[in-house]
Ligand binder design. Sequence first.
Ligand SMILES: NC(=O)c1ccc[n+]([C@@H]2O[C@H](COP(=O)([O-])OP(=O)(O)OC[C@H]3O[C@@H](n4cnc5c(N)ncnc54)[C@H](O)[C@@H]3O)[C@@H](O)[C@H]2O)c1
Length: 357
Amino acid sequence: MSSLTDLTQEDSATIVRNLGADAQRFAGKTVLLSGGAGFLGRHFLAVFRRLNESVLKQPCKVISVDNYITGEQSGAAETTHPDPHVVNVWADVCYPLPVREDLHFIMHAAGVASPVYYMKYPLETIESAVQGTKNLMELARRNPKLEGFLYFSSSEIYGDPDPKAVPTPETYHGYVSSVGPRACYDESKRLGETISTVYQQRYGVPVTIVRPFNVFGPGMKHNDRRVVPMFTYEALNGRALPVHGDGSQTRTFCYITDAITGFLKVLLKGKPGEAYNIGNANNEISMRNLAQMFTKLVPGSTLNTIPYPDTYPAGEPQRRCPDLSKAAEHLGYASKVDLPDGLSRFIAWARGQESYR
Ligand SMILES: NC(=O)c1ccc[n+]([C@@H]2O[C@H](COP(=O)([O-])OP(=O)(O)OC[C@H]3O[C@@H](n4cnc5c(N)ncnc54)[C@H](O)[C@@H]3O)[C@@H](O)[C@H]2O)c1
């Protein structure tokens, strides 16, 4: 089980600093967060606790909902100083939520995000993105005081982009299979974007869409199966890092402080109906080179090139790198943490977690 250690508190402090005066928009407001027990959700909760503790003139109430399909039941509530304004509720967004109070912000981060898990739960993956989005949009429609709705899409909606479209701008329409092994995730996220856009155009729901590019940071579970926690877990336990295929596939990795800052900027300052890439365009690296970086950061670790395992969905994109010029122009977003620094912070945090040993 991961805990909110000093490191994540330091991360929350950084995010709050990055937000500056914009954070006051949350003062005295009510936020509904879906997926609050997940990796990003727990960081959002830590940020709201920190805002309530030391920044906001009036506290912000946060209703966090999760059905714990992959989230940690204890993780969402875990803190040495519980905040009475942050409430954790078991709820499945695939069913209408009986929320009676006025909402000012909704963030729909519930989903099945890790490839190994969306292969295991394909229908649940589709439902959280499609039915879940529609239910939350209906809730949004009934809330005339709503100031912002943030829909969590994914960089995976671009599929395996044409090399000419890398770095990938928001205007790229994607190259995605509707029947491939990743379709339950890619296609449902795409439909979630469509639903969001229809509710914005037809009913004026102030929705913005974020397309995150591979976020990592403290709080990712050792068995999450995304590459950074997986490599860390293997390295800390003296096992060779499993590099799938020839290891030439690239990703960009965005440290959690940059990502959460970017997401909240999209919520607070994004143009309704628009999608924004959030990530770190400076950090594109092949999986082989990433594994090599780990061997330097965790002395004694080695890497091993292996065929793709059956549990991993085939057809992964060869390159993924965001064009962040829209986020820079509209929101003043710029990533700050480079990959070796972010990885060192992540590994230092993981070393302190029982589950990683
Ligand atoms: N972390 C990333 O790098 C990244 C990248 C692209 C997109 N995203 C998207 O951002 C969102 C959050 O990502 P994350 O990394 O925190 O994922 P996560 O898997 O760690 O957390 C998602 C949470 O949603 C919950 N959930 C799933 N279905 C639900 C349902 N029907 N009702 C209520 N709760 C449900 C899960 O239990 C889990 O706690 C997801 O939608 C994901 O697809 C994340």
